[in-house]
Design a protein around this ligand. Structure first.
Ligand code: DGY
Length: 408
């Protein structure tokens, strides 16, 4: 509706810091990588110039080696922990030392559809995106699947996928620190202290080797092949390739990456679970977790009939699809961040992928549920998949973007 369109645009404006957009004021006072790519797409629906600027600001934080960090700390803000002093990133802008799901190239392709006149700006960004994608291929593969080195890297911070790997991390010497997230949001909707101790321990390990990816590949106690990363990168490579062809670039290397990632995606298929799963690269074990990331195969261009039954079950198990964790699994928590709540951004990735691959029924269900959540409960970070209760941060940028670009 017109009214919600207006509200969604107002949220993007509200969170616009001039050149980059906050996910929401208070809880997340910096530029987050994949949030920013969603923001750019949202802006592209009504202010293309601002959309391109968002993408340019994000890529201006790229490290020498190609990595694009998950947070860019443009200006200090005491309301967030851990900040730039803790992370000690080594890029051109104070930053974290890890990356995030690489959805930027895919949103750039959408932006180009919405605003073909932006082609010169897209061309300038293309090689930076390629360099970032190359960084993943060089440092993060396990059997062709893309690994995360920190739960924050997947975006799905406290997903049950990481539980076993997190348990193996000794965080007894992590030291004293004060969380800020729980002063903005009900702690029951956030990760636990057990999780935070390990989040910080992993940051300390990264800092101890100056975020040297080669060393980290040897010493980091956390390395999990993740469906979020693998499927979003596979999709992003396809979009990068299509744009590269259009721009007259040499795309042969990108075709090879696509083949590698397709092979890697297959290594995430867990036949016992009947779903795509995360896999611990250090132990070789599957984590046996059905999540919304399991259903990203369609987004990656893989129309896999094996994945349909479990996905349908997950849709049916919640009032509002698709829950971040299987509602029928033990440990499901409908309000705790990535252990149950439904996330509009994941709904968009999953649902739009299904639309493209002809999974029309499941796609329609997810899209309708997404719209219903926002119509009833506004633009929250995430929602209870049974009650629809808004949770986490409010006036949320990427939720508003999903309304403008897809659900509305
Ligand atoms: C947070 O601070 O909760 C973020 O998700 C980390 O990226």
């Amino acid at each position: 509706t017109m009214e919600l369109d207006e509200q969604a645009r107002a949220i993007l404006r509200l969170n616009d810091m001039g050149g980059y957009t906050l996910p929401t004021h208070g809880l997340y006072p910096y530029q987050w990588n994949w949030d920013s790519a969603f923001a750019a797409w949202g802006f592209a629906t009504f202010d293309p110039d601002r959309a391109w600027t968002e993408m340019e600001t994000l890529m201006s934080g790229q490290w020498e080696d190609g990595m694009v960090p998950h947070i860019l700390f443009h200006r200090p803000d005491a309301g967030y922990f851990p900040g730039p002093d803790v992370w000690q990133g080594r890029g051109p802008i104070p930053s974290s030392g890890i990356s995030q799901p690489p959805v930027a190239a895919s949103f750039m392709a959408k932006m180009l559809d919405l605003d073909p006149s932006g082609e010169p700006r897209a061309r300038a960004l293309w090689s930076k995106l390629k360099k970032w994608h190359a960084w993943f291929m060089e440092w993060r593969l396990d059997k062709g699947a893309v690994c995360i080195t920190h739960p924050w890297e997947a975006g799905r911070d406290n997903a049950p996928d990481w539980d076993v790997a997190m348990m193996a991390i000794d965080a007894s010497d992590v030291g004293e620190y004060t969380r800020r997230d729980t002063s903005h949001v009900d702690p029951a909707m956030r990760p636990t202290k057990f999780d935070y101790d390990r989040y910080l321990k992993l940051v300390q390990i990264g800092v101890s080797v100056g975020w040297d990816h080669e060393k980290l590949r040897e010493i980091n106690p956390f390395r999990v092949a993740d469906p979020t990363m693998t499927f979003t990168l596979l999709r992003a490579q396809r979009d990068l390739l299509a744009m590269g062809r259009r721009f007259g670039e040499d795309v042969s290397e990108i075709s090879e990456w696509i083949t590698t990632l397709e092979i890697g995606a297959e290594t995430l298929w867990n036949p016992e679970l009947g779903a795509y799963d995360s896999r611990d690269a250090l132990t070789g074990m599957f984590n046996n977790v059905r999540s919304n990331a399991s259903a990203l195969c369609w987004y990656a261009g893989i129309n896999d009939p094996r994945a349909v039954p479990a996905t349908k079950r997950m849709l049916d198990a919640a009032e509002y699809a698709i829950a971040s964790f299987d509602p029928e699994a033990e440990g499901f928590e409908p309000l705790r961040y990535w252990r149950g709540p439904v996330w509009p951004i994941m709904n968009y990735l999953v649902g739009s992928g299904m639309e493209e691959q002809g999974q029309i029924e499941m796609a329609a269900r997810i899209r309708q549920d997404t719209a219903r959540l926002m119509e009833l409960n506004g633009f929250a970070e995430y929602y209870d998949p049974n009650e629809g209760t808004p949770a986490g941060g409010g006036s949320f940028t990427w939720t508003a973007a999903v309304w403008l670009g897809w659900a509305g």
